[in-house]
Ligand binder design. Structure first.
Ligand code: HSE
Length: 309
């Protein structure tokens, strides 16, 4: 059995407009690299963090460390693990930075142990790491990172994850304005109750979106990508949100919304050419704002987290 393994841990888009806290999808071209190594010394150690971010080395304070510990506590082994993180996804970006760290450690450890745990069990461990960052247990970034494609978190207790098919010509365009929004702060501004008519609109859109993904119905995806519950509150935190959304849709996107808790904004398009056209238009718009940003175009990553050969 191998003693160390390199992992690509992908970025993800959670919520997908109408699926707050339950729906997410996995990106192909953005993610962290991680190395997990067996050590003679027992315990979990974060030994290297690359990237220009101020992340803690203390295992109990590091998202990757906390999820690794959750798994380690279930093992009866006379060795430990070291974790090296090459952090490429900026924390607080809205594309699952903490989820990528949380799943990378447990996926890598599982591989080195000969895969005793299934994907749902890995997600269960990773929830502990994610909760450190967002102060709440949710799995809508973790599940797509581990399973790939679109996933629906049916329930947290017990943890039930459904894999939803991805239409093969569906591409995401993401703009990431370089400001940080902390998930727990973006959660704190949400109302505790919602009007019944908004709930009806949201679950009609959500059901339609799931149906559209199953039936490759791009037109229905377009009609379903709406969020009447969360977007009205969180969009205020994102500079030029309405302009970006309008630009993406005018450029041909099926729909656009806040990626996770923001500030990233995602759109979905039919075909890579349209997704690139959306990227060009939104880049031209945002270049005028004076706020630094990144733009990504990605096919839906149906494989999820991977071993780097
Ligand atoms: N569903 C979560 C939220 C995703 O929107 O708060 C962010 O981690």
């Amino acid at each position: 059995m191998k003693d160390e393994i390199n992992i690509f841990s992908p970025a993800t888009v959670a919520n997908v407009s109408c699926g707050f806290d339950v729906l997410g999808f996995c990106l192909e071209s953005v993610g962290d690299n991680m190395l997990i190594r067996k050590t003679k010394k027992k315990g979990i150690y974060i030994t290297k963090i690359k990237g220009d971010f101020d992340l803690p080395y203390e295992t109990e304070l590091n998202v990757a460390g906390v999820s690794a510990l959750a798994m380690y506590q279930t093992l009866n082994v006379d060795f430990g693990f070291e974790i090296e993180i090459d952090k490429k996804i900026k924390p607080g970006s809205g594309i699952g930075s903490s989820a990528a760290s949380a799943v990378g450690s447990v996926f890598g450890m599982n591989q080195l142990l000969g895969n005793p745990y299934n994907k749902t069990q890995l997600t269960q461990f990773a929830i502990k790491g994610e909760a450190l960052a967002s102060k709440c247990e949710h799995a809508d970034n973790l599940a797509p990172a581990i399973f790939g494609g679109f996933t629906l978190v049916k329930s947290i207790v017990p943890l039930v994850i459904l894999e939803i098919p991805s239409p093969s010509n569906l591409y995401a365009t993401i703009i990431h304005p370089q400001i940080e929004i902390k998930t727990f702060e973006a959660r704190a501004i949400l109302p505790k109750t919602i009007p019944l008519n908004n709930a009806i609109t949201q679950w009609a859109n959500f059901g339609s979106l799931i149906h559209a993904l199953h039936t490759n119905d791009y037109d229905l995806i377009k009609q379903s990508l709406n969020d009447v519950i969360v977007e009205p509150h969180r969009s205020k935190l994102i500079p030029y949100y309405n302009e970006v959304k309008k630009t993406m849709i005018n450029a041909g996107a099926l729909g656009a919304g806040i990626s996770g808790s923001g500030p990233s904004i995602f759109s979905l398009s039919k075909g890579v050419e349209t997704a690139k056209h959306v990227a060009d238009n939104v880049s031209n718009l945002y270049a005028k704002t004076g706020i630094a940003f990144d733009v990504y175009v990605s096919k839906i990553n149906t494989q999820g987290i991977q071993i780097i050969k």
